[in-house]
Design a protein around this ligand. Structure first.
Ligand SMILES: Cc1cc2nc3c(=O)[nH]c(=O)nc-3n(C[C@H](O)[C@H](O)[C@H](O)COP(=O)(O)OP(=O)(O)OC[C@H]3O[C@@H](n4cnc5c(N)ncnc54)[C@H](O)[C@@H]3O)c2cc1C
Length: 396
């Protein structure tokens, strides 16, 4: 491939596709290098949270996606003591194999060039170009662009090759499978289990529509070394914990268990370097505590696209020039990500989980704060902090 582009994007997940889409819509010539062939699967819980839905609406993509997948209006959350509370919110489950294919299609229809089966192997910046080496069909190729955007998700090896990783180990691990469940299984809400053995983390069953459910569990390891094997944790959830066991009883497992790492907390990678911007899970734009990252992958990608447009306009693309992107990310997202990290610390304690979800059953104010956290109207520390917990004691 000798053609050169204004921008080369690495990775066609939600971050890469949204960055490419916005640049293509702005008239920029953009290529996406994706190591897999589309449609490709991505291990995920498959749920778009309200932030993701909001952004897709803003970008005029929601209507096209809404028809695919399954919208629900509640999350049922079980505390370690087995009591539960239903929290209202808008959630949309759509298999990543479909979501990511639809997003990359939007990007290519807007003018981006997708090069699939192209695995980026190295990167260097010269005085006038970003030069990306990649392998495709066994041979090495090179692409020159004015700027590169790295959106390779939690793929640590690629991050290391681009010289932006500060920490190679992931902050969390999660695993999922798909089940077809009995007709009478409730598909009107998401189910979460904050089981003592999983904390900090949780198990889930999410309805995808047509009787199919995403079943999984995730453990946040950044709070300390992983003590448990994730497969054992998930097996134990499905065989020993009454709620999930009853839901999957008589069901058919449709796919093998698959696990994947997560990078959370907006730490561990540098967001920019000479002629390079990094976005999505590659900069840890996945929330601690929830593991929700599709929305923030797309949001950070849209910020990266804004900065890419500025840089292309001004021609200023040194690490020093692009550090404005780092500052912008800090300003827009740091407080919220820090709040999720603190929330994870508190929610990792069984007694706090029991208390918070128990209070949410009794107090409409506490419940409404939890719903506000889901909808991102409020930060987790509104409740999950010493002050927040004291407040929760007295709220009616
Ligand atoms: C089990 C699990 C459940 C989850 N559940 C949810 C959920 O329900 N809701 C939610 O919001 N988030 C969830 N997440 C988090 C979510 O999956 C991520 O935050 C999201 O995928 C990040 O998007 P991204 O575009 O940054 O990266 P990705 O979606 O990982 O996309 C990166 C792309 O880059 C490509 N790539 C990697 N290296 C190279 C290379 N060298 N060259 C070319 N291409 C490359 C990959 O093939 C991939 O297509 C979950 C994560 C896991 C592991």
């Amino acid at each position: 491939m000798n053609e050169s582009f204004d921008v080369a994007v690495v990775g066609a997940g939600p971050a890469g596709s949204i960055a490419a889409l916005l640049l293509a819509r702005a008239g920029v010539s953009v290529a996406i290098l994706e190591k897999q062939q589309f449609p490709r699967d991505k291990v995920c819980g498959d749920v778009l949270m309200p932030d993701a839905i909001g952004l897709l609406r803003e970008l005029r993509l929601w209507e096209g996606l809404r028809a695919r997948g399954h919208t629900t209006g509640f999350a049922r959350v079980f505390a370690p003591n087995s009591t539960h509370v239903d929290l209202a919110g808008q959630f949309h489950a759509i298999r990543r194999v479909d979501l990511d294919a639809l997003l990359v299609k939007e990007a290519t229809e807007a003018g981006a060039t997708l090069i699939s089966g192209a695995s980026a192997t190295d990167f260097r910046a010269s005085s006038n170009a970003a030069i990306l080496g990649y392998t495709k069909s066994g041979s090495r190729e090179e692409m020159r662009a004015r700027l590169a955007i790295l959106a390779c998700g939690a793929h640590a090896k690629t991050l290391q090759r681009f010289g932006v990783t500060l920490r190679a180990t992931p902050s969390a691990l999660a695993m999922r499978t798909y089940y077809r469940l009995r007709d009478e299984v409730d598909d009107t809400r998401l189910f979460f289990w904050f089981e003592r053995a999983i904390l900090p983390g949780y198990g889930w069953i999410f309805p995808l529509g047509d009787g199919v459910f995403n079943v999984g569990a995730g453990i946040f390891r950044d709070a300390g070394p992983a003590r448990q094997n994730l497969q054992d944790v998930l097996n134990s959830l499905l065989t020993r914990c009454e709620g999930p066991r009853e839901m999957v009883r008589g069901g058919t497992q449709l796919a093998p268990f698959k696990g994947a790492p997560l990078r959370t907390g907006l730490t561990d990678s540098r967001p920019s370097a000479d002629r390079l911007l990094v976005c999505g899970e590659s900069i840890g734009a996945t929330y601690s505590m929830t593991g929700e990252g599709i929305g923030k992958a797309m949001e950070t990608a849209s910020v990266a696209a804004e900065h890419a447009l500025d840089a292309l306009g001004s021609g200023k693309m040194t690490a020093h020039d692009l550090a404005r992107y780092d500052d912008d990310l800090e300003r827009r997202f740091r407080e919220r990500f820090a709040s999720y990290s603190k929330g994870q610390h508190w929610l990792g304690r069984p007694a706090v989980c029991d208390f918070v979800f128990g209070r949410a059953r009794e107090s409409s104010r506490v419940k409404s704060i939890l719903e506000g956290i889901i909808a991102e109207r409020q930060n987790p520390t509104e409740l999950l902090s010493l002050w927040g917990l004291l407040k929760a004691f007295v709220l009616r």
